[in-house]
Design a protein around this ligand. Sequence first.
Ligand code: ZN
Length: 254
Amino acid sequence: MIGVERIWRINWLWLAGLAALFVMAGLYMYRYIDDTEAAKTVFLAKNMGGGNLITQVDTRGERIIALTFDDGPDPRFTPDVLDILAKKEVKATFFVIGESAERFPGLVEQAILEGHEIENHTYSHPELDQREPVSFYEELIRCERVIHRVTGRSPSYFRPPKRLYNNEVVKTAQLNGYQVVLWTVAMENKNDRTVKDVVKRVMKKVKPGAIILAHDGTLNRSLTIRALPVLIDELHKQGYRLVTLKELMAYQGD
Ligand SMILES: [Zn+2]
């Protein structure tokens, strides 16, 4: 009898110990799964919906907007853009391609000297959402180094080429200190034929805190160049002040 009782007691202790272990392991696993899944969900929610990507700024109704130019510097168009901006006394932001900035550093230097901002648009303008791994980190840092070499400044904003990105791209940019900036309205649209078309379409979508995307490189940008002074005049007429992206961001409400 004593023997049976002892065995039972030993089994009971073993069972209790095992049960306690399972409960502890379960709790640990639950917490672990819960934390990572929650973190992932927050990250996806923020980024898939574009919550962390800047498309416009809340200026609390103040008529301030940022004019931004992608894909330069390009000797065919950048000098004209800089001339127009100087004449109209407007400061803008240039998302440069690192490769081009390396080839035409004089245009980047001129932009900086004239009070414009230079930001990061990758080194070689790849499609960042493609299945084949593009080393995005390399693209980001290589462009950053060129900008730093030419201007002595470090960029703070990143814009993905062709608006193509995924969570990895956003995460890598943010981990490297960048804010990812898209836009509110683009100056280029395949349906526009005339300067009037461009100005009318952009003016319809523009609002306080808007970020206007334009291009000063790669493709033929002559319509953009012709429309630019007319658009700036129209914006001024409607009481808009055009500033760099950094200035616009400073107006962001709390
Ligand atoms: Zn681009």
